[in-house]
Design a binder for this molecule. Structure first.
Ligand code: FAD
Length: 483
């Protein structure tokens, strides 16, 4: 085999454009072998969830097609990446490996070990940044530590850090060997659900892959960005970008989104404020990664230790009713059913359902985090853990614990026409708006007219809102006194 051969290792950067490590590999003018490893060494509880696997399957399929357009193709290997990669490098006599950096604690540890192992074998390793606007170690407080509060963090990024680089173009072609190394078959990896195929509805919503991500960004900028600030909290309206799974798997990068959004603000009068708000949400993504990098136990441990003594309830029945969207609170149930049917949930509703689990039901945020991990197509260790701790009140710059989302008034405010609840809780579709978010308050004749028998067609509320609120605040008082 020729010695003029390098590996590009795809991870969470499943795209060709604005992929700096791929461009660096192409720039060597050596043959580039594109590899994806289904790493079975990811720590057990953070192995990719079911919905994520569905997205990954289709994103890899799409990537392979795009690579074929460059005269290349994707080589798939499954196994422990710390063994698969060096073995593969030996197998094809590679002289260098290129990848884009990841920031999850286990990935950092694995990549460090791999770097050492490859260099020992005289194989060069070159890494780049493809997935963040600001890498975690580049943003520091004046006294030199990590930021723990979002606003000053984002101000520092915007004011003090160099502006994110312009995205780089896709390589025009990749030099490839006449005989490509053996690849495993994507279909053999079993990433798609079969019995039952719970992802049937996903393909109507998601188009994994670089083109799908580009189309979604273009739709958002043309059709929704101008109203983002006003409508982003309305789950019944298609007003947010839906780019989160694409950002997680990297079939689009944040620099591409950032610069396209800025260009749109310049092009379209009156959109600047709305687009600034959208870019600030990308900032929350940056902040979550910053937190996870500096506080690697964020996915498992309370950031604020006083929450270690919180009197959480262990109640499998309540947890199951929450997971299945059967709590009797329509706004919560709509969210949990949207999640199950589409692999995604609107951000406002994520906050409502998360608050309901940890406050109304007093069930530990880790149960919610785990369920989201398995069911979200955008499940992301940094965003998921930081957001759960934010809602639970145990995180950095978290919502104060005593801020308990009221699932009734939240519904009235953010789903004023009831479109969202009616879409996902169709058994209540004929209830007038006045009772839609609290059906148990409807008079008998109204329920009858709407064809609803509580406890039969739709559950009675799992807890009484005020009593649950008092119970949660009591739990918080206990830890406050103790700390
Ligand atoms: P847009 O409003 O269009 O925002 C653009 C991008 O900014 C998003 O794609 C996302 O990458 C980022 N973003 C937006 N809001 C947030 C936020 N609050 N925190 C961090 N990044 C944000 N997001 C995930 O990507 N993965 C998760 O696993 C995840 N888990 C969450 C769990 C809980 C309990 C909560 C409350 C939020 C969670 N989020 C998570 C954040 C947020 O809900 C989603 O990023 C957002 O709903 C994605 O929709 P969008 O792409 O239309 O967002």
């Amino acid at each position: 085999m020729s010695k003029d051969r390098v590996i590009f290792w795809f991870r969470q950067d499943l795209r060709i454009a604005d992929n700096p490590a791929l461009s660096a590999a192409a720039g060597t003018e050596k043959e580039v072998i594109c590899l994806y490893i289904l790493d079975d060494e990811t720590p057990g509880e953070w192995a990719m969830g079911g919905a994520g696997c569905w997205f990954l399957h289709h994103a890899l399929d799409s990537l392979d097609k795009d690579l074929k357009g460059l005269g290349s193709k994707l080589v798939l290997r499954a196994g422990n990446a710390t063994e698969v990669l060096p073995d593969f490098a030996d197998e094809i006599s590679a002289t260098a490996v290129f990848w884009n950096r990841l920031y999850e604690p286990y990935a950092i540890k694995r990549d460090k070990a791999l770097k050492a192992c490859l260099r020992e074998r005289d194989i060069e390793v070159e890494s780049s940044n493809a997935s963040l606007l600001f890498e975690p170690w580049t943003v520091e407080t004046k006294s030199g530590g990590p930021y723990r509060v979002f606003s000053p963090f984002w101000r520092a990024c915007m004011r003090d850090c160099p502006s994110p680089d312009e995205p780089i173009k896709a390589p025009k072609s990749l030099k490839t060997p006449k005989q490509h190394p053996r690849t495993e078959k994507l279909d053999d990896w079993g990433l798609l659900p079969t019995k039952p195929d719970w992802a049937k509805g996903f393909a109507e919503i998601w188009t994994p892959g670089e083109q799908g991500a580009k189309d979604r960004l273009a739709w958002f900028l043309d059709e929704a960005a101008a109203d983002y600030k006003d409508k982003r909290d309305r789950p019944g309206v298609r007003a947010t970008s839906g780019l989160s799974p694409h950002l997680h798997f990297g079939d689009i990068g944040p620099r591409q989104i950032y610069h396209a959004a800025r260009a749109q603000a310049e092009k379209q009068d009156g959109t600047a404020k709305s687009i600034e708000k959208f870019i600030a949400e990308l900032g929350w993504r940056e902040f979550s990664h910053h937190l996870l990098y500096h506080f690697p136990s964020l996915p498992t441990d309370n950031y604020q230790e006083k929450f270690d003594d919180f009197p959480w309830r262990d109640n499998d029945d309540d947890l199951k009713r929450w997971q299945e969207g059967q709590t009797g609170y329509p706004m919560v149930d709509a969210g949990m059913r949207e999640l199950w049917q589409t692999g995604w949930m609107h951000n406002r509703v994520r906050m409502i359902v998360a608050s309901f689990l940890v406050k109304h039901l007093m069930i530990h945020w880790r149960h919610g985090e785990t369920w989201f991990w398995d069911t979200l197509v955008d499940a992301d260790l940094a965003n998921n853990s930081a957001s759960w701790q934010w809602v639970a009140g145990s995180g950095a710059d978290a919502a104060p614990y005593f801020r308990i989302f009221n699932p009734i008034t939240q519904g009235e405010k953010f789903d004023p026409d009831g479109d969202y609840v009616r879409r996902y809780v169709p058994e209540l579709a004929n209830l007038p708006n006045k009772y839609l978010f609290s059906p148990w308050t409807a008079p008998d004749d109204v329920l009858k007219e709407a064809g609803v028998t509580l406890g039969q067609d739709y559950p009675e509320p799992i807890v009484d809102h005020s009593a649950a609120r008092d119970r949660a605040l009591g739990g918080y008082d206990d830890i406050k006194k103790a700390s």
